[in-house]
Design a protein around this ligand. Structure first.
Ligand SMILES: [Ca+2]
Ligand SMILES: [Ca+2]
Ligand SMILES: [Zn+2]
Length: 673
C-alpha cells in the first residue's frame, strides 16, 4: 500500500515536471541590459512575463514561429522576446495556453554565480593536494596521487619522476598535456583580452586575497605540473595516467601505478604555447617563475623545430595494455604554428615571427572552431590580437576578414536553429556543448573587433542554450539553475556519497553519434541529434565533464558577467535637456579624439555645473576631461589616450558622459590601438 502511494506521488511528480518542461528559459537568469529570449514548443501565440512575488504582469508579447520542424530537435519552436523588460526581479513566463516556465531572475549579476562556480570547478579538479573545508566545503577531500609517477616502458626510461599536482582531466583522474594546453589557453585568453572582467581575487581558493587574480593562481597550479612533464631534451611527455580507467572511488582511494607515457610533438607544441602565454601574463607577479616558463618553452621549441615529422610517427597512440584517454592527433602543424605565435607574442623575436608568417596560411585562416586536436585558430587569434609593434598589417587584415566571415557563418546558424545554437544538426559530436561555447568565444571576438551587436547577441544565445534554453529544459551546468545534471560521469561527484554533484561543471551534452552503450540503449539514429543526451552516470559520451569544456564556459560566463552597457539610451532626446553632445571625432580613434558639446541658455551670465568624463564598459571612470562651471556656449575637449600610459586601456568600446546640472548624456566611442 505504502509503495502504491509512493508510486502515484512519483507519477504525479513526473507529470508536473513534464508540464513544466516546455517553456525553455536561461535558468541562471537574464542580464538586465542584454537581450532576453525564450523558446517554447507549445502551440501558443502570446506570452506574459509575471513577477513571482506579486503575480503582476510586467511584460506581454507575441510569440514568433521559428521552425515548424526544427531539424536538430524535431520540435515546432516558437520564440518570445522580452528584451525591453529591464526591471530587476524574479519572474516566470506564462503562455496564453497557461503553461509556465521555471522562475528566473532579471538582474545585473545573473552570470556571476555561473562564472564563479565554473572557475572554482578547476580547483575541485586539483590533484596532489588536500582540499580543505575552508575552500571546498562539503566537498573537502584528502590529497590524491602524491606518488605520481613512474616512467612507462614506452618512454624507454625507467624509474620515478616527481610529477605531482595539476588538474584531473575530466571524469577520470588522468592528466593529459594536450588537453591541459587548450584549457589553460582558453582561461588565459579570457584574462588577456578582458582583464577587467577576470581579475577577481575572491573565489575562495587557497590563493584568494594574495593580490593576484585567482584565474592566474588556478592556472599556475596546472602550469607547475606541466613543467614537470618536460624531458631533459626539451620535449614533453604526452600524458600521465594509469593503464586502465579508475573505478568510481574518491581520488585519494585510487591506488595502483600511474605512468608517464612517451613524448609527443603535439604535447610539446601545446606546452610551448601555454607556457609562453603564462610568462607574459604572470611576469609582473613572479618574474622568476615566469622566466622559468619562458625558458622551458624555448627549450621545447628548439627540440620541436628540429623534428622533421610528427613524434611519435603517426601521432601518439596508447601502447598495448593501456586504455585510458589517448588524445591522438596525426597533425602537429597547428600546434607548431600556435607555439610560434605565442613565443613571438611573448618575446617579439624575429625567428618566431618568421615561422608564423611563413606558415600561417598553409592550413587555412580562421575557418574552424578550436578544439584540443586543432589549435590553428588559437594561433591566429594570438597574432590577430597581437600587441607586438612589428606585426604584418596585411596578415592581420586577412585574419580579421576570416574571423568576420566565420563569425557570420556561426551567427547565421542561430537564425535557422530552434534554440539559436550555432552548430548544425549534423554536428552534435561528443562534447557538443564545448563546441557551442567555443563558437561563443569566436562570436565575442568578432564583436570585440566590430562592435556589431549581431555577434554579441549570437554569443549570448550560446550560453543561454547551455544554461537551459534547450530542448531538455536543462541547465547543462551542475549546481546552476533549477534542473541540472545530477549524475555526471565524474568520479568524485559519485564517490563522495553526497547527492548534489560538485557544482560548476558543464557536461558534454547531446551526442548524436551515440558513443557509449547507455546512449545506444536509449536512442538510435532516428533520434533528433540534439535529443541524444541523458543524465546517466555511465553515459560518458554525453554526461562527462572535462577541463577543456569548462574553460570556454568560464570565458563566456565571465565575459557576460563583466559586460556593461550604459543604461542611457543614446538616441533619447529629453525636452528638459538644454545641452547637446556631439559624436567624438575621429571615431574609432587611436591617440587623440575630440569631443564637442554645446550648452544653450538665454542668459550669458548663468553658470552650469559641468562634468565631462570617460568611462569603461564596467561603468568605471577612467579619465575626467572637464570638471567645473561653464556658461552657455560650444566647447571642445581633446581626449588623448597616449597620455594615459599608466592606465591599461584595452581596445574596444568606451563611453563619454557629459553631465550638466545633474543630467547626463552618454555616448559610445571606439578605441583601436
Ligand atoms: Ca589570488
Ligand atoms: Ca593538431
Ligand atoms: Zn589526483
Amino acid at each position: 500500500m505504502k509503495l502504491k502511494i509512493f508510486f502515484s506521488i512519483l507519477v504525479s511528480l513526473i507529470f508536473i515536471s513534464n508540464s513544466f518542461s516546455q517553456v525553455f528559459v536561461n535558468q541562471a537568469g537574464y542580464k538586465t541590459s542584454l537581450q532576453k529570449y525564450f523558446y517554447t514548443n507549445y502551440p501558443a501565440t502570446s506570452f506574459e512575463v509575471v513577477e513571482e512575488i506579486s503575480g503582476n504582469v510586467f511584460y506581454s508579447g507575441q510569440l514568433t514561429l521559428i521552425s515548424s520542424n526544427d531539424p536538430a530537435t524535431g520540435m515546432q519552436i516558437r520564440k518570445g522576446d522580452f528584451s525591453n523588460l529591464t526591471r530587476e526581479g524574479k519572474y516566470y513566463i506564462r503562455l496564453n495556453t497557461n503553461d509556465t516556465s521555471y522562475h528566473f531572475n532579471i538582474s545585473s549579476n545573473v552570470f556571476n554565480d555561473v562564472f564563479q562556480k565554473a572557475l572554482k570547478a578547476f580547483y575541485f579538479q586539483r590533484c596532489g593536494s588536500q582540499l580543505f573545508y575552508t575552500h571546498a566545503g562539503i566537498y573537502q577531500r584528502n590529497a590524491c596521487h602524491t606518488g605520481d609517477a613512474f616512467y612507462h616502458s614506452s618512454t624507454g626510461q625507467s624509474g620515478f619522476k616527481l610529477s605531482r599536482g595539476g588538474w584531473h582531466d575530466a571524469g577520470d583522474y588522468g592528466k593529459y598535456v594536450v588537453n591541459a594546453g587548450i584549457s589553460v589557453a582558453t582561461l588565459l585568453l579570457a584574462y588577456e583580452l578582458f582583464p577587467e572582467y577576470f581579475s577577481s581575487d575572491s573565489l575562495n581558493i587557497p590563493e584568494s586575497g594574495n593580490g593576484i587574480p585567482d584565474i592566474l593562481d588556478e592556472v599556475k597550479y596546472e602550469i607547475q605540473w606541466l613543467l614537470t612533464m618536460q624531458a631533459s631534451d626539451g620535449s614533453v611527455y604526452h600524458k600521465l595516467t594509469k593503464e586502465q580507467f579508475e573505478s568510481f572511488v574518491m581520488p585519494s582511494q585510487d591506488s595502483g601505478m600511474r605512468y608517464i607515457y612517451q613524448k609527443s610533438s603535439t604535447a610539446t607544441g601545446n606546452f610551448i604555447a601555454v607556457l609562453s602565454r603564462f610568462y607574459r601574463l604572470y611576469k609582473n607577479y613572479d618574474s622568476a617563475l615566469a622566466n622559468q616558463c619562458l625558458n622551458a618553452a624555448k627549450n621545447a621549441w628548439n627540440w620541436l623545430i628540429n623534428q622533421p615529422s610528427i613524434v611519435p610517427p603517426g601521432g601518439f597512440h596508447n601502447p598495448s595494455g593501456t586504455q585510458t584517454g589517448e588524445y591522438g592527433d596525426n597533425n602537429d602543424s597547428d600546434e607548431k604554428l600556435w607555439a610560434a605565435a605565442e613565443l613571438f607574442e611573448s618575446t617579439g623575436e624575429q625567428s618566431y615571427k618568421d615561422y608564423y608568417e611563413f606558415n600561417y596560411n598553409l592550413g587555412g585562416l580562421i575557418n574552424s572552431t578550436m578544439n584540443w586536436q586543432n589549435v590553428r585558430t588559437l594561433a591566429h587569434i594570438t597574432y590577430l590580437f597581437s600587441k607586438q609593434p612589428n606585426t604584418d598589417q596585411n596578415v592581420k587584415t586577412q585574419l580579421l576578414n576570416s574571423l568576420i566571415s566565420y563569425a557570420n557563418t556561426l551567427a547565421s546558424r542561430k537564425n535557422t536553429n530552434g534554440f539559436g545554437v550555432s552548430i548544425n544538426p549534423g554536428e552534435y559530436y561528443w562534447g557538443s556543448n564545448s563546441q557551442v561555447l567555443n563558437n561563443g568565444i569566436l562570436l565575442i571576438l568578432a564583436y570585440t573587433k566590430t562592435n556589431d551587436n549581431k555577434y554579441l547577441s549570437a554569443a549570448l544565445e550560446q550560453i543561454n542554450y547551455i544554461l537551459g534554453s534547450n530542448a531538455h529544459n536543462l541547465s547543462f551546468v551542475t549546481g546552476i539553475g533549477k534542473k541540472y545534471p545530477m549524475k555526471p560521469h565524474h568520479r568524485p561527484s559519485e564517490a563522495d556519497g553526497i547527492l548534489e554533484p560538485i557544482p560548476g561543471f558543464v557536461v558534454g551534452g547531446p551526442n548524436q553519434f551515440l558513443n557509449d552503450p547507455v546512449l545506444q540503449q536509449y536512442f538510435n539514429q532516428n533520434t533528433p541529434p540534439a535529443l541524444c543526451y541523458i543524465d546517466h552516470l555511465q553515459s560518458w559520451a554525453s554526461n562527462e565533464v572535462a577541463i577543456n569544456w569548462n574553460a570556454p564556459l568560464v570565458f563566456l560566463a565571465g565575459y557576460f558577467n563583466g559586460f556593461f552597457i550604459t543604461s542611457v539610451n543614446e538616441k533619447e532626446t529629453n525636452q528638459n535637456i538644454n545641452f547637446q553632445l556631439d559624436q567624438n571625432y575621429p571615431n574609432p580613434f587611436n591617440g587623440q579624439t575630440k569631443i564637442r558639446y554645446t550648452i544653450n541658455s538665454n542668459s550669458d551670465n548663468l553658470l552650469f555645473r559641468i562634468k565631462l568624463k570617460i568611462i569603461n564598459l564596467l561603468g568605471e571612470e577612467i579619465f575626467i576631461l572637464y570638471d567645473g562651471y561653464q556658461s552657455a556656449g560650444t566647447y571642445e575637449e581633446v581626449f588623448d589616450s597616449s597620455k594615459l600610459s599608466s592606465v591599461y586601456l584595452p581596445n574596444g568600446i568606451y563611453f563619454y558622459q557629459l553631465n550638466v546640472n545633474g543630467v547626463s548624456i552618454t555616448k559610445k566611442m571606439v578605441y583601436l590601438k
